[in-house]
Write a protein that binds this ligand. Structure first.
Ligand code: CP
Ligand code: NVA
Length: 305
């Protein structure tokens, strides 16, 4: 594993190894004997806003002995049109790794290929792999190691965004049942479904069918970053897919609600549900640190080999 560009590009074993290392690093937090990023500088190149991803990477890199360098695209020449491939070749000669949050998936792919240094997708329009690793870690903490295997997981909301796509690839790689509940025009297109080619991912426009007997119910914003201009014309389709107590009455006993945050109360989730599941939702947020430390340590070791 040289980069983490998507869940699609990982194997099931790589995901399982990252989760095992994430648990270990979480247990060791504050007293790591081995510092795989010692003497290294890792850049965080962000074109979009972030609270959790930025802070968890800065903390994780520091805790593994490295130095994080936050680069907003508004402050570097990339934001004035310098090509990704030139930025990548410069940084590849100066730093040891990078996490990138941007729009197009091809930008992180291009950065990885031209920089030659370990590159992490810190969210693109296509995928949010770091969040899914943190969520799987959280499921294992709540329900036991490998518990996702025999579970139905639901994703209700925009079925064609970065979070839902990363969940679909996780279901493909790990074999759990995933139900995507979304309005007709916000389910993945036929091309994507053919490419996914996965019988254990179920698509439905019926939110009740999606959450029925599900143990973990995920939701996410209806308007992802970059889609703000779509406003009400997109949001109006999603109200029947709000995660509220009425919908959760159909979920499995002992279910949990996950949200990657930030959350918009009264839209994709109600205040009551968010606060009832706040311990789980903020555990997910905390686990960004531990899951990403597993990614950083794995990539740093691989690049030294
Ligand atoms: N969940 C997540 O990625 O949060 P941020 O946008 O705050 O980084
Ligand atoms: N789908 C959301 C995730 C935010 C963490 C977005 O891209 O804005």
């Amino acid at each position: 594993m040289k980069n983490l560009l998507s869940i699609e590009q990982l194997t099931g074993d790589e995901i399982r190894d990252l989760l095992a290392l994430g648990h270990k690093l979480k247990a060791e937090r504050g007293h790591h004997e081995h510092l795989p990023l010692k003497g290294q500088t890792w850049a965080l190149i962000f074109s979009k806003s972030s609270t959790r991803t930025r802070v968890s990477f800065e903390v994780g890199i520091s805790e593994l002995g490295g130095r994080p360098m936050f680069l907003s695209v508004h402050d570097i020449q990339l934001g004035r049109g310098e090509p990704v491939k030139d930025t990548a070749r410069v940084l590849g000669r100066m730093i040891h790794g990078a996490a990138i949050r941007t729009y197009g998936q091809q930008e992180v792919e291009e950065f990885a290929s031209f920089s030659g240094i370990p590159t992490i997708n810190a969210l693109t329009d296509e995928e949010h792999p770091c969040q899914i690793l943190a969520d799987l870690l959280t499921i294992e903490e709540l329900y036991g190691p490998g518990s996702w295997k025999d579970m139905k997981i639901a994703f209700v909301g925009d079925g064609d965004n970065n979070m839902s796509r990363s969940w679909m690839w996780a279901a493909k790689r790990l074999g759990f049942t995933l139900a995507i509940g979304a309005p007709t025009n916000y389910l993945p297109l036929e091309d994507f479904r053919r490419h996914l080619d996965c019988d254990n991912v179920i698509f439905t426009t019926n939110p009740v069918e999606a959450v029925r007997d599900a143990s973990v119910i995920n939701t996410d914003v209806w308007l992802s970053m970059g889609q703000e201009a779509e406003g009400q014309s997109k949001e109006k389709h999603f109200y029947p897919y709000q995660v509220n107590e009425e919908l959760l009455a159909h979920a499995a006993p002992g279910h949990s609600v996950f949200h990657c945050l930030p959350a918009y109360r009264g839209k994709e989730i109600t205040e009551d549900v968010l606060e009832r599941f706040a311990p789980v939702i903020f555990q997910e947020a905390e686990n960004r640190v531990h899951a990403q430390k597993a990614v950083l340590a794995t990539l740093a070791e691989a690049s030294k080999a």
